[in-house]
Design a protein around this ligand. Sequence first.
Ligand SMILES: Nc1ncnc2c1ncn2[C@@H]1O[C@H](COP(=O)(O)OP(=O)(O)OP(=O)(O)O)[C@@H](O)[C@H]1O
Ligand SMILES: [Mg+2]
Length: 287
Amino acid sequence: MTTPVLEARDVTMRFGGLTAVRSVDFTVNAGEIVGLIGPNGAGKTTFFNCLTGLYVPTEGTVSYKGTVLPPKPHLVTQAGIARTFQNIRLFANMTVLENVLVGRHTRTKEGLWSALLRGPGFKKAERASEERAMELLEFIGLAHKRDHLARNLPYGEQRKLEIARALASEPGLLLLDEPTAGMNPQETRATEELVFAIRDKGIAVLLIEHDMRFVFNLCDRVAVLVQGEKLVEGTSEVVQADERVIAAYLGEPFEGDPGEAEAAEVEAAEAAAEATSTTSSTKGEAK
Ligand SMILES: Nc1ncnc2c1ncn2[C@@H]1O[C@H](COP(=O)(O)OP(=O)(O)OP(=O)(O)O)[C@@H](O)[C@H]1O
Ligand SMILES: [Mg+2]
């Protein structure tokens, strides 16, 4: 039995004359890692914004664990959906630890300002909150940088910190918008492991990514958005083999796809092997 965590029904988002998302039905089940892919401008981020209350969809509803969500970001977070942003949004002049503590404010009785100003009510909850924040920083591999300012972290670590901050709201569903953008191949591999570890903690994951190897390695299911519409949805194998998907991407090389360089290498190697075998067979004939 699969239990839906997220259910988007007939979600449409129009900006004036532009329909960025068109009648999208979408489900994420408990225990799943689901990928959302599509060319630039397909409406992926807009769809995330509709799911998280940043945009009020023109039509349609979004439910979390069977309850329709009000389109207000803090209520969506409170319900149990956390996210990261395509363009990193951290408090640049706060420390790594403080950024995670801010992420916890929806789960503590003390409000954001109390947390920031360290008022009397905050003192009591402070230790427990800090313990949890440190646990998350250890999980993400940034505990040793707890007192560094967020703006001084390398890009890849800023992305990780955003994930830690999102996890601090104790979500049941985590949305990641291009988690490996700007990462080197090692960081990307590590992020892959991290996403598996998050899923193993019982948090469902929905991610947008242009790195196809990352997506197809990780995801139980992948949906393809093209011009605001869900074109195909299925397992990695099904989606990779779908000609409509290949056509949708033609002329749009995947950003930062390590597969592309490798494909060129393989092609070159094949060409070289062919040249060698032609030479040897010519020699063979000559004998
Ligand atoms: N607030 C907005 N007002 C008007 N148009 C918008 C707004 N947000 C997004 N759009 C438009 O909606 C379309 C979808 O954009 P969106 O950012 O969702 O694409 P995307 O699939 O995330 O692309 P990318 O892979 O480049 O991040 C684009 O044409 C974009 O210009
Ligand atoms: Mg986007």
